[in-house]
Design a protein around this ligand. Structure first.
Ligand SMILES: CC(C)(COP(=O)(O)OP(=O)(O)OC[C@H]1O[C@@H](n2cnc3c(N)ncnc32)[C@H](O)[C@@H]1OP(=O)(O)O)[C@@H](O)C(=O)NCCC(=O)NCCS
Length: 145
């Protein structure tokens, strides 16, 4: 499949990583489990900020791999809350790879939607706190003084 060049969202990624050869599968691509693990971490960071505390992944609602990732790619995970329930937060994670530093191209490699549940100290679900900021993403933050 041809790489379709795209632009990353105009905000900071929640996570940016450079996979190593040790993250490859036996065919030389980056192992899907590495991507899934980091998607869950990135989504969990977003959910934890909004829950202002401990969360657990309750569901992976959808997960799509569009393009393979290779060693040498710089991989960025962008997160966005798509739903806040009573105890749960649903997060979309979009993953982009920057390839070929000598002639850079950005491609969307993965997108997923996961649901997290806010937990108390005992690991029981808890009601989400009221939102303090509509979003914590830089694009929505108030301008620097
Ligand atoms: C998370 C946990 C505490 C939820 O407890 P529960 O009593 O089953 O919770 P409920 O069925 O009442 O669901 C809680 C919320 O999650 C949502 N939810 C539950 N299952 C869901 C699913 N499959 N998809 C989407 N949302 C789901 C519910 O809609 C509810 O949201 P709301 O309160 O915002 O309306 C419990 O399931 C648990 O501990 N799971 C293991 C979590 C874990 O270890 N994750 C890491 C895996 S390695």
């Amino acid at each position: 499949m041809m790489d379709e060049a795209v632009h990353c969202p105009k905000r900071q990624p929640t996570l940016r990583l450079a996979p190593m050869p040790g993250n490859e599968n036996m065919f030389g691509d980056i192992f899907g489990g590495w991507v899934m693990s980091n998607v869950d971490i990135a989504g969990g960071i977003e959910a934890m900020r909004h829950a202002r505390g401990r969360v657990a992944t309750v569901a992976v609602n959808s997960f799509q791999f569009h393009q393979p990732i290779s060693s040498g790619d710089v991989v960025s995970f962008y997160t966005e809350v798509v739903h806040m329930g009573r105890t749960s937060i649903t997060v979309q994670v979009q993953v982009f790879a920057e390839r070929r530093p000598q002639k850079p191209i950005v491609v969307k490699v993965t997108e997923a939607i996961l649901t997290y549940v806010a937990l108390d100290k005992e690991g029981q679900k808890r009601t989400l706190p009221p939102a303090i900021w509509p979003e914590l993403n830089d694009a929505d933050a108030p301008p620097e003084p």
